[in-house]
Design a protein around this ligand. Structure first.
Ligand code: ZN
Length: 982
């Protein structure tokens, strides 16, 4: 454990501690809500009165208070929520009309009979500052009388209404902002980024149509009629579940039909809920809900409100809740609330969202049933992390999502073992051919990918500082992996004792990350500042390696010395080392991080296995080097979800039909290693053509390096003999991206290739000629994108050289750009430009500039391109280069030259019109000589189905003899780079 590192960490924590907490001891404000609200189903509005009592337990005198008016987030395009949606490049809200939007207005605001004034934040109209008529002294109480009117938006994030009959009232009422040691927290509503709430009581009466089913935070208060209504629904649902499949279908139809027929909006009921010690109140209502009901864990009530279509698939949900409450109860602390309900609804912010005592889940049901259980248990688990442990989720998302994801991991492991997600058998006719998979491995893969790309972030940022690609991976996955390492370091009994102590101390309060680690330090007696610095404040990571093992016989025992090294950047982290001997002795010692100092083990006989971090509970970039000797190898015949733990070899039979020469090609493919992390990842393909009796093969080897400047550098070697072409190539791909930012992405690639096109019969003679030559390529790419506009640019410089007797000698430069902009919800345009020039006369035809796009002279991409016919043939034309799609025809007539320029405009003018395009280009037969050379124009339509582009160049200016200007022509284009190399 590096001494200076630790010192720095201590200083840092001290600084934070001094800044934030030293002046003030912990205090907690108190708030009581009494709300009467009426739902207007047709107008999608609600209105009512709120009596808010606020007690100032702080040592400060308050002259103003803040209220969250969260639904105002949905009011216009200038709210923090709307701006965040733009940053995340999500445009549904931006283009929505006012009928789909929401708001929350204060129609009256009084205290002690006096009208109060308030102001909305300029750039955040969902936060209201209320000036108090008199200062609120420490210990004083103020009561606010508020009349309000709100409107449900369509579901853009969490709150909303759908299908005409469903309402999710979350973050819906004027809500007191938390005032704590750091002051006020008037943080606006965001999609990415959650909440912070003041504890208190909620006494809420909701008036809604009599036939609506409703559940909420809190218990029904003296409401026998509603209680009976819910019981009857539960009885009906139970009856429904016992029907057979066909009858259930009929029942659902009747059920929905009857309820819609019986609905009389003028017949209303008022339902009364009451909750204590909660920091928020949510309610959910809908017309057709069925109700699954269970009382468990010594009196906890669970209502599950489910759409009739999902009711059968959701029949086990009450049991998931029961299991969650008992598991968290045992591991973390006893459940403090009388209810834990689940509602099925719509969400755009993830698969589920938690509120105290009630949770909304948006996944209808799943054949992968463990997934439904996982989402339900995760959301119900939030009743601990931040229901009862009310941390500021915006300031430290880790404290709810990270800790909760970790307990989720433990839950799944407890009930379903380490490989708890495997449920793939249904997918393959019941055959168990995929590797077992656990929740834990998904975390490893998601976070490991980020670390490998050097785009991960520390855990200590505020929620709004992460973007979509990082928010989940860091807060949930890295957060859980950090705790897995902490559990290993402290040992599980000590860790869980610390967790329970944390709960006991902070239940019903506002803990911070400091409070969490301080509790862990006190319970374990271990100093953890270095751990917090490494795991929480930095992007360091581990990669332990068994470096050297020395064995020496000493009397009748064997002395084993083990040197360990950490090739990662987190040098402070110690790791357990385990030795298993032939007679079954298992010895474990902790390596302290010093690569010079060996660990010494004594066994009776020779060691079978020497392994560092044997349970893989400390996250590493690779576990393949954790053992002395060879890594464990797995062989599969179907591609698997990549493993971080074992060296995987995948073997697949290969078949390809090729209409020109070979007809059927048979063979095999094999690859080994992790294709995501690219750690010495290799591929091989070999085939035999049944007609021509020719052979072919392709081999690749890729490894990822982390050098200064680039996020990563992938180096790939390729060697093949396919389709009458031999090639040896060496590729360096550098990727540049700022941590935590999706854009811009930059690439700088270099390639060295030796090409030998030795057999012409595989190729169209108008595009290819036999040649042997070398190519050096440098390529730069730049990509950036916002919600309404994006830009990409490519620069490519290529030097062709003489190789063993050939005369090749040329220089080719290409520049391309593509700018798109969205004008309205259903209209956009794209402008593309391209310029290229070749210097030097000695170049093979395939390296020319083609009017009909770009060909793939060196087989770098995997191309499906079909021109004018759907029969399998071979056109290597790609939709890049000059993109004059009409000028490469099935009769081997391509336009090519030494210089070229093209400009193209693609427009989607209106929802009901197809995508149209028009292009103009010039192709020159001399270097830098466009003037007086061939000019082309074309216009047509484009359709995109997934990533397949269908292009119809209906008009072309230069048709072939006998061809019309205006005709039906088409091109299907699909190309991608496969790192597997086949
Ligand atoms: Zn969560």
């Amino acid at each position: 454990m590096g001494g200076t590192m630790r010192l720095k960490a201590i200083c840092f924590s001290l600084l934070i501690f001094t800044m934030a907490f030293s002046q003030k001891p912990y205090f907690q404000q108190e708030v009581h809500y009494k709300i009467d609200v009426t739902l207007n189903v047709l107008a999608k509005t609600y209105s009512g009165h709120e009596r808010l009592t606020y007690i100032n337990h702080s040592p400060d005198t308050l002259t103003y208070v803040w209220l969250h008016l969260y639904p105002n987030a949905y009011r216009n395009n200038n709210t923090p929520f709307a701006r965040q949606q733009m940053e995340q490049r999500i445009s549904q809200f931006y283009f929505s009309d006012s009928a789909a939007r929401g708001y929350l207005k204060l129609t009256a605001l009084r205290s002690n009979g006096k009208q109060l004034s308030y102001s909305l934040k300029n750039d955040a109209i969902d936060e209201a500052k209320i000036d108090l008529p008199l200062p609120l002294f420490p210990g004083d109480t103020i009561t606010l009388e508020i009349d309000f009117e709100g409107k449900f938006p369509r579901v853009f994030s969490r709150m909303g209404t759908w299908d005409g009959y469903y309402f999710a009232a979350t973050q819906w009422y004027p809500k007191m902002v938390v005032y704590d040691r750091l002051g006020w927290h008037p943080d606006s509503y965001l999609d990415l980024g959650e909440f912070y709430g003041e504890y208190g009581t909620f006494d809420v009466k909701i008036t809604l149509p009599e036939l609506f089913v409703i559940d909420a935070t809190g218990m029904l208060k003296d409401d026998v009629a509603e209680e009976t209504f819910m019981r009857q629904l539960a009885d009906t649902t139970r009856y429904f579940l016992n029907l057979d499949k066909a009858d259930r279908k009929q029942f659902i139809k009747n059920w929905k039909h009857d309820r819609e027929r019986q609905l009389d909006l003028s017949k209303t009921k008022t339902v009364h809920f009451y909750a204590e010690n909660v920091h928020d109140f949510a309610w959910f209502a809908g017309l057709h809900y069925m109700v699954l009901r269970k009382i468990h864990n010594g009196g906890v009530l669970t209502n599950v409100l489910v759409h009739p279509e999902s009711a059968y698939n959701w029949r086990h949900v009450p049991d998931y809740v029961k299991k969650t409450v008992s598991f968290y109860g045992k591991m973390v602390g006893p459940y403090q609330y009388p209810k834990a309900s689940v509602v099925q609804g719509q969400l755009r912010a993830g698969g589920g969202m938690e509120y105290p005592m009630i949770t909304i889940i948006s996944i209808p049901h799943s054949d992968w049933e463990n997934f439904l259980e996982m989402v339900v248990m995760h959301e119900v688990g939030h009743n601990w992390f931040m229901g009862m442990l009310g941390s500021d989720e915006r300031a430290s998302t880790f404290l709810d999502e990270g800790v909760n994801s970790f307990v989720e991991l433990k839950y799944l492991e407890h009930y379903y073992g380490k490989y708890n997600l495997t449920n793939f058998k249904k997918l393959f006719f019941g055959l168990d051919i995929l590797r077992d998979l656990g929740d834990w491995q998904l975390l490893q893969m998601a976070f490991g990918t980020k670390v490998s790309e050097r785009t991960d972030l520390p855990l200590d940022l505020r929620a709004e500082e992460y973007d979509r690609s990082n928010y989940g991976v860091i807060n949930y996955q890295k957060g859980a992996l950090m705790l897995l390492a902490l559990e290993e370091y402290l040992t599980p009994p000590v860790f869980w004792k610390g967790m329970r102590e944390y709960f006991a101390r902070w239940n019903g309060k506002h803990p911070t990350v400091n409070d969490f680690f301080q509790t862990m330090e006190e319970v374990s007696g271990k100093e953890l500042d270095w751990f917090v610095e490494d795991w929480y404040h930095s992007t360091r990571y581990c990669d332990f390696v068994i470096k050297t093992v020395k064995k020496k016989r000493e009397g009748d025992s064997l002395k084993i010395e083990v040197w360990v090294e950490n090739k990662g950047t987190m040098k402070d982290m110690p790791a357990p080392v385990r030795v298993v001997s032939a007679s079954g002795d298992t010895l474990q010692k902790w390596w302290n991080g010093n690569p010079e100092q060996p660990l010494v083990f004594k066994t009776k006989d020779k060691p079978l296995k020497i392994e560092v971090n044997p349970r893989h509970s400390i996250f590493e970039m690779s576990y393949l080097n954790n053992q002395a000797g060879l890594p464990p190898v797995e062989i599969h015949f179907v591609p698997q979800i990549p493993s971080f733990e074992t060296y995987e070899v995948i073997i697949l039979p290969y078949y390809w039909y090729e209409s020109f020469v070979d007809k059927h090609r048979l063979g095999g493919m094999i690859w080994g290693g992790n294709p995501i992390l690219k750690q010495w990842f290799w591929t091989g393909k070999a085939y035999y053509a049944t007609k021509t009796k020719r052979h072919g093969y392709r081999l690749t080897l890729t490894n990822r390096f982390h050098l200064p400047l680039a996020n990563y550098t992938d180096v790939k070697a390729e060697w093949f003999d396919v389709d009458g072409m031999r090639k040896k190539g060496l590729y360096f791909s550098n990727y540049f991206q700022r941590r935590g930012k999706d854009y811009p992405k930059k690439y700088l690639n270099f390639a060295l290739e030796a090409v030998d096109l030795y057999r012409g019969d595989y190729y169209e003679s108008s595009m290819f000629q036999k040649a042997r030559y070398g190519v050096i390529t440098m390529e730069g790419k730049y990509l950036t994108g916002k919600m309404l506009t994006g830009l990409s640019a490519v620069f490519r410089l290529q030097k062709g050289m003489q190789l063993a007797g050939s005369k090749t000698n040329y220089l080719k430069v290409e520049i391309g750009g593509n700018w798109w902009a969205r004008v309205s919800k259903n209209s956009w345009f794209r402008l593309e430009g391209y310029w290229a020039n070749i210097w030097g006369a000695a170049y093979p035809r395939q390296e020319s500039i083609f009017a009909g796009g770009e060909i793939d002279p060196r087989h770098q991409k995997f191309v499906f391109s079909r021109r004018g016919s759907l029969a399998p043939n071979r056109h290597y034309t790609l939709g890049q280069g000059m993109k004059m799609y009409g000028y490469g025809d099935p009769d081997n007539r391509y336009f090519l030259g030494k210089s070229g320029a093209a400009l193209s405009l693609t427009v989607k003018p209106w929802k009901y019109l197809p995508v149209m395009y028009g292009s103009g280009a010039a192709l020159g037969q001399k270097s830098m000589g466009l003037k007086g050379n061939q000019l082309f124009a074309e216009a047509g339509l484009k359709f995109n189905v997934a990533s397949i582009e269908m292009i119809f160049p209906l008009y072309i200016s230069d048709p072939a003899p006998g061809e019309k200007h205006l005709a039906f022509r088409f091109l299907l284009n699909y190309s991608f780079r496969l790192s597997f190399g086949f």
